[in-house]
Design a protein around this ligand. Sequence first.
Ligand SMILES: CC(C)(COP(=O)(O)OP(=O)(O)OC[C@H]1O[C@@H](n2cnc3c(N)ncnc32)[C@H](O)[C@@H]1OP(=O)(O)O)[C@@H](O)C(=O)NCCC(=O)NCCS
Length: 195
Amino acid sequence: MSHFFAPDRWETPDLVLRSFMPGDGTALAEALNVSYDHLKRFMIWAVPTEDPDDCEERVRRFRAHYLLNQDFLIGIFDREEKRVLGGSGFHLREGPLEGGRCEVGMWIRGDEAGKGLGQKALAALTAWAWAEWHFHRLSWHCSSENFASRKVAESAGYEQEGILRRGLSVRDEPPHDRIIYAKLKNGDSPSRTPA
Ligand SMILES: CC(C)(COP(=O)(O)OP(=O)(O)OC[C@H]1O[C@@H](n2cnc3c(N)ncnc32)[C@H](O)[C@@H]1OP(=O)(O)O)[C@@H](O)C(=O)NCCC(=O)NCCS
């Protein structure tokens, strides 16, 4: 892969998944500010109040990392791209981009959670990864106690590979067990050793 120009957007009938762009800071702050109670247990970066200018700085940094192929933060938007429904990303936590592996992260805004959006978004991200990115392995890490997250992974066909005992920090509680799920492009079971 001598050159890789990361694709910027993927659309479904309900959603637009795209790189955060300059100008998205206010919408991101609004989404985070209605979501603190929903996010705080598992998203240790969440804070009670986000400032729009801080978020604008953040989305510009996200965009820069995206263009440099360093980290791919992805906004989940409604079709009109007026509302941030959540955030996601293809994170290079399993080695460099050339290796074709990444970890998918996700949060859904509090007032839209539990309505099937996370499942739709992960199905769309997975389809996009296979269609336009060079990834052949996507992983998903979550707390053993994050039942909504586990359901999202399982509904998209991610298979549980292992458990890192006490491997995940959460807010105000002792560490939880970290469950690792993954899905492979060719559909092989992750536990199958190539011949
Ligand atoms: C986890 C998260 C991304 C899921 O997105 P979502 O849009 O709320 O999820 P969905 O509505 O698509 O699906 C959730 C599923 O989990 C199920 N679920 C939720 N809580 C559950 C529980 N305590 N026990 C069992 N199942 C549960 C729901 O019933 C639903 O399944 P169904 O469609 O069969 O009824 C979202 O809730 C979120 O942002 N959580 C906080 C941040 C976070 O934990 N991110 C994930 C880090 S790995």
